[in-house]
Design a protein around this ligand. Structure first.
Ligand code: NAD
Length: 512
């Protein structure tokens, strides 16, 4: 499976149990279009094999083409133009969305298992994520009733100004493979909560839980055509969402390459675009940081989800006075952290998503070595039983090296040193990305003065990869456009209309 990669073995690896009975689940899914479960018109299917279990088949879903997209977009258009959803009171929409949250909670174990098998997520982490998604749905359900426009009562005695908030229309939502249920739950409730209708296109690698989400929404009472899911590959099943004139917006999460392409396509129709793209999150550690907490956070920040996380803290920018002491602690964690079998309750991170991705991660590690960075631990694939890569730490990384600049999307930490706060901020901002950033310092004033100078949309002080539905997420620079969550998420999916009302007799323009 891992042909030419360097491979060695470390003792903290939890070898996958290929006889685990949960691996016999080979779910066969249908898409959900206009409230009905349907196969692709072509009859073709995409198969998914567990990346953590020697490629065992764990699921399959339809491979949608032009005809399927046409039906899904037509259904969403009809549901928006003629259906009850956009015209319902927010109280009615809210009630149904609360029900979705309840039904998700009732099925946490089942949904978590699917994500664990398809993505390779540790099962315990997956359960936490699905519970968090129920919270995202219920937060959005509650906020729906607080959405409103505005009025201007002081623009002249015979004038009244009204600002109406309206749904943007039909939204195509395209999601990646690393957090399928979370990324859809960060968008769909806000979009349909605003009164929009949706066609969701999940990654071809991990589509199972997006289909389950749409089925749950249907069971909760979301009307037919409001929440459709099409599955399949990007060009055939995703691109039409940006190209088709019947969609009003495309919300894309994924690579810079595809995001840019979709934004160009949408621009031709002046279509609204939301983009959440890559990152290269800096973690700035000052000399006065609590080093035990920072080391734990640095490890979590880079190894969570096997580093396949757009908000990974993969660039450690540490004060030279504590570099050695911090790295000692990070290395101790890296050598002890249980990684491997996603179905083992003890596992902290699992496999890479695909053989090609494993090779890409390894190529970055080799490039780091070739450029002169010092490999302190890891740096090799592990086990023939799955796509596992060891926890890997570099020091002596220069800002111009590819491992300091590019998104590796694997469990690979690049360490750079600094002496002055200005230098740390300059290094943090020396990136084409600006998705997330962390500062570790026990001096809150220093931490706040630093983080406010870092150009990133999602920031933490003395923590990392934290999240709550109340706070917005989104990127600066090439990390994206627009904001999700909080009240900002509703703005993303709303149109704003100004209405000038004349009270009394209008003033004549021309007295003839
Ligand atoms: P990707 O861009 O290859 O794919 C993302 C989605 O786009 C998939 O559903 C894919 O099928 C679809 N797609 C591919 N080509 C398309 C096309 N021509 N037209 C329309 N859709 C198309 O990304 P990926 O490999 O799935 O995910 C990894 C990337 O996503 C990383 O760069 C990561 O940083 C980014 N990401 C960002 C966030 C965020 O919130 N900012 C979250 C997760 C992942």
């Amino acid at each position: 499976m891992q042909g030419l990669l360097r491979m060695n073995s470390v003792p903290n690896f939890l070898s996958p149990d290929l006889t685990d009975s949960r691996l016999s689940r080979q779910a066969s899914y249908k898409m959900l279009i206009d409230g009905k479960s349907v196969a692709a018109a072509s009859g073709k299917e995409v198969q998914r094999h567990s990346p953590g279990h020697a490629g065992k088949l764990v699921g399959s879903w339809p491979e949608a083409g032009a005809e399927d997209l046409d039906r899904a977009i037509a259904a969403a258009r009809r549901a928006f133009d003629q259906g009850p959803w956009p015209r319902m009171s927010s109280a009615e929409r809210s009630r149904i969305m609360f029900r979705v949250a309840e039904l998700i909670l009732a099925r946490v174990d089942e949904i978590a298992l699917v994500e664990s098998l398809e993505v390779g997520k540790p099962i315990a982490q997956a359960r936490g994520e699905i519970e968090y998604c129920a919270d995202l749905w219920s937060y959005a359900a509650g906020q729906v009733r607080g959405m409103h426009g505005d009025s201007h009562n002081d623009i002249g005695d015979n004038r009244l100004g009204l600002v109406l908030r309206e749904p943007v229309g039909v939204v195509g939502i395209i999601t990646p493979w690393n957090f399928p249920f979370i990324i859809a739950s960060e968008r769909v409730p806000w979009a349909i909560g605003a009164g929009c209708t949706v066609v969701l296109k999940p990654s071809e690698l991990t589509s199972g839980t997006s289909i389950l989400m749409a089925e749950i929404a249907r069971d909760a009472g979301v009307p037919d055509g409001v929440f459709n899911v099409v599955t399949g590959y990007g060009a055939a099943a995703g691109q039409p969402l940006a190209e088709d004139p019947r969609t009003d917006m495309v919300a894309f999460t994924g690579s810079v390459r595809v995001g840019t392409q979709l934004a160009e396509l949408a621009a031709r129709q002046v279509k609204r675009v939301g983009l959440e793209l890559g990152g290269k999150g800096p973690q700035i550690v000052f000399a006065d940081a609590d080093l035990d907490a920072a080391a734990d956070g640095v490890a979590y920040g880079v190894y969570h989800n096997a580093g396949q996380c757009c908000i990974s803290g993969s660039r450690l920018i540490v004060h030279e006075d504590v570099r050695e002491a911090l790295l000692e602690r990070v290395l101790a964690i890296s050598r002890k952290i249980p990684f491997g079998d996603p179905l083992n309750e003890r596992t902290r991170f699992g496999p890479m998503i695909s053989p090609a991705h494993l090779e890409k991660v390894d190529a970055y590690v080799r490039a780091g070595e070739a450029a002169g960075a010092e490999l302190l631990t890891g740096g090799a694939a592990q086990s023939e039983k799955g796509l596992y890569y060891q926890p890997t730490v570099f020091q002596g990384v220069r800002p111009d090296m590819s491992i300091a600049r590019e998104e590796i999307f694997g469990p690979v930490l690049s360490t750079l040193g600094f002496r002055h706060a200005d230098e740390a901020v300059a290094m943090a901002n020396d990136s084409e990305f600006g998705l997330s950033a962390t500062v570790w310092s026990t001096n809150l004033e220093n931490a706040m003065q630093t983080i406010r100078r870092v150009r990133a949309g999602r920031c933490w002080v003395n923590s990392v990869i934290d999240g709550t539905p109340e706070l917005p997420v989104g990127g600066y620079k090439k990390s994206g456009l627009g904001r999700e969550l909080g009240r900002y998420g509703f703005d993303e999916y709303s149109q704003i209309k100004g209405i000038h009302v004349t009270l009394g007799k209008p003033q004549r323009w021309f007295e003839g």
